[in-house]
Design a protein around this ligand. Structure first.
Ligand code: BV8
Length: 233
């Protein structure tokens, strides 16, 4: 692994599963009899804002109650000790990568602990409820929505992500089913740009065929072992 100078890591709900945050597949994508795709959309928010605000209030509270697991902490160690280029692109809206010690983290689908004002476009760190229409700290309007990328919305910082994928010599995917685009297409882009592709997941994913190697098992075991291999190697 000595020749690895530029790593891009994509993480999904599976890396936070052992921290007690449920994955989408485990939930069968349902919440109060609504498919997540229905709740996590601008149309769903327009149709029933209180239902959607309750959904994210609940996710926000779960994130605050969760703790990073050994997989998050191993990536924190990698971030501190790996001297090359590193970018952790996460689909997750929790802050467990940061609390696990990583700093080079990009939340492509937004963050549960951030609120976005539709009145003035400001974003604010937010831990409480958004249900009762709190005033935006910047403009005072009651126009705050979860700072989350919903289905049909453009994920954040796509240009930066594709630049990193084009320069990576290792693309690592951890705990994602490969069901959601554009994240699910990142591996092909990285491989076309010459990167080696490694997948760490509990089970075969929809994208496993795109990887040079897939290791099956829980992230809390596979990720620390891989970090040791990269840093020790
Ligand atoms: C966009 C925030 C365009 C919300 C999320 C038809 C075909 C192809 C694409 C589409 C289509 N129809 C629509 C689309 C596009 C759509 C899409 O891909 N839909 C899917 C359902 C087909 N994508 C979008 O809409 C995206 N935007 O395309 O914009 C555009 C263009 C121009 C201008 C404007 C817009 C936006 C997608 C983002 C949606 N928001 N999250 C929230 O979190 O509440 S997606 C959400 O679901 C997550 O963020 C994540 O991305 C996804 C779930 O995926 P995973 O993270 O992989 O989680 P999952 O549960 O599926 O899998 C967990 C894995 O972990 C499993 O494999 C399991 O085995 C493993 N695991 C479990 N335990 C462990 C483990 N592994 C290791 N250790 C363990 N212990």
């Amino acid at each position: 692994m000595g020749d690895i100078r530029n790593i891009v890591i994509l993480t999904g709900a599976g890396i936070s599963a052992e921290s007690g945050l449920r994955t989408f597949r485990a939930e069968d994508g349902l919440w109060e009899d609504h498919p997540v795709e229905e709740v996590a959309t601008p149309e769903g928010f327009a149709r029933d804002p209180d239902l959607v605000q309750r959904f994210y209030d609940e996710r926000r509270a779960q994130v605050l109650a969760a703790q990073p697991n050994p997989a998050h902490e191993a990536l924190g160690r990698l971030d501190r000790e790996f001297s090359g280029e590193l970018l952790i692109v996460t689909q997750n809206i929790d802050d467990l990568h940061e609390r696990g010690g990583a700093s080079r983290v990009l939340h492509m689908h937004g963050e549960a602990l951030s609120a976005w004002c539709l009145g003035c476009d400001a974003r604010h760190r937010w831990q409480g409820t958004l249900r009762d229409g709190p005033a935006c700290p910047s403009c005072g309007q009651a126009a705050l929505r979860p700072d989350i990328v919903w289905f049909g919305e453009m994920p954040y910082q796509m240009d930066r992500i594709f630049r990193a994928l084009g320069q990576a010599d290792l693309f690592l995917s951890i705990g994602t089913s490969g069901a959601v685009y554009p994240a699910a297409g990142f591996v092909q882009h990285a491989v076309q740009s010459g990167a080696r592709a490694l997948e760490l997941n509990l089970e075969e994913s929809l994208g496993s065929r795109n990887f040079h190697e897939t290791r099956l098992g829980p992230a809390s075991e596979l990720v620390p072992a891989w970090v040791e291999q990269v840093l020790g190697g």
